[in-house]
Ligand binder design. Structure first.
Ligand code: EPU
Length: 337
């Protein structure tokens, strides 16, 4: 276990906010985590558990203890004819897991290549990209009850997954810390190529349909569209794509016949927040040290030395403007701390 005092959180938030934590602890096992949670001495005052900080916005120094998982390891639980089940430590980097799956020719995770963050957060946030959500791969999530240190296993169904949502963000918010996630991957080829330009890109390159090639194409598309947090601080999509009831959507479509949309179920339609933001004229605009990405309007960028408050002010202005124009209230995907 590593304990640090007055610790810079700069390497732990992709927005690049230069804030400090009064204390930062990285634990390496469930036993250490239990000890931390149950001993008053170890965690005096408030605490916060973070992953890689790719979905967080710190608006000031954190006066309590920041916890981070160092629980590592891949454990092959079953290896059948058609699929494998792998139990992964919450502190493993998500994209290392995708690379490992692709190298083993296991199908399912490749569309989620290069998403920043760690395995534990993948299961809380239900990360998604290019037509795949991690819930499609999750068999079970093991998590520790913060009040008594007991471990509980949540089956996929118990996690109540929805778009960028799970029970760990709602009913059980703050009550459990994820320690391991078990994923099922297919040994039989299953591809998801119909989102955006993936199929077209593969055809353009005239390359064989392999996991390696899909991963390479997705990594390239992401690098072209999304700013690298190492160069310009950002947290990926700042807002969630709104779900609209069909009547509300019809009204919007009458107003803007060219609006893209994705049917969700019989009653609801998802519309791209990036499109709404771009229509309101925000794409590429800068306000002080922050800007709206000129390649993807859903991303707010730290142009250098921005404060969390500046980001919040820009986000609030975008929310107000989209609401005024379209009557839709955007909800941040990023958590403000
Ligand atoms: N669009 C615009 N303007 C823009 C960008 C996009 O009008 O500046 C429109 C286009 O019509 C485009 C549509 O929005 O077809 C969707 O854009 P894109 O495919 O880039 O995806 P997104 O809905 O903006 C979501 C995820 C991303 C994920 C991509 C690709 C959310 C909140 N975001 O973005 O996830 O990488 O799909 O699958 O669902 C993240 O969560 O941090 C993230 C990066």
């Amino acid at each position: 276990m590593k304990v640090n005092y007055d610790y810079s959180l700069l390497p732990h938030n992709t927005f690049g906010m230069d804030v400090r934590a009064a204390c930062f602890i990285e634990y390496d096992s469930e036993t250490e985590l239990r000890h931390l949670l149950l001993s008053e001495k170890c965690l005096p005052g408030k605490w916060l558990h973070i992953g890689r900080g790719s979905n967080l916005l710190f608006t000031k120094n954190y006066e309590g203890t920041v916890l981070h998982s160092g629980i590592k390891g891949y454990d092959l639980l079953s290896d059948g004819d058609d699929s494998v089940e792998i139990r992964v430590g919450a502190g493993e980097k998500w994209d290392d897991f995708v690379r490992y799956a692709v190298a083993n020719e296991w199908y399912g995770a490749e569309n989620l290549s290069l998403i920043p963050g760690e395995v534990g957060a993948s299961a809380v946030q239900n990360i998604g990209a290019y037509g795949v959500e991690v819930k499609d791969l999750i068999v079970a999530v093991e998590a520790m009850d913060v009040t008594n240190g007991e471990l509980r296993r949540f089956t996929n169904e118990k996690c109540r997954y929805a778009y960028r949502d799970s029970i760990f963000k709602n009913e059980l918010k703050g009550q459990y810390i994820v320690t391991h996630v078990t994923y099922r991957l297919s040994k039989v080829p299953v591809y998801h190529l119909d989102y955006g330009n993936i199929r077209a890109e593969l055809e353009r390159e005239a390359c064989a349909l392999t996991l390696e090639n899909i991963r390479r194409v997705i990594v390239r598309i992401r690098k072209e569209k999304l700013p690298d947090p190492k160069e310009k601080g950002n947290a990926g999509s700042f807002f969630m794509n709104p779900y609209l009831y069909k009547e509300q959507f019809k009204h919007l479509q009458n107003m803007c016949p060219d609006i893209p949309y994705y049917p969700v179920d019989d009653n609801k339609v998802k519309v791209p927040a990036a499109w709404l933001i771009e229509r309101c004229g925000w794409k590429g605009r800068s306000v002080g040290h922050v800007s709206v990405c000129d390649k993807q309007a859903l991303i707010i960028v730290n142009e250098g030395n921005a404060t969390g408050d500046e980001v919040v002010r820009l986000a609030d202005a975008i929310i107000a403007s989209v609401h005024e124009t379209f009557g839709i209230t955007l909800v941040p995907e990023v958590n403000y701390i």
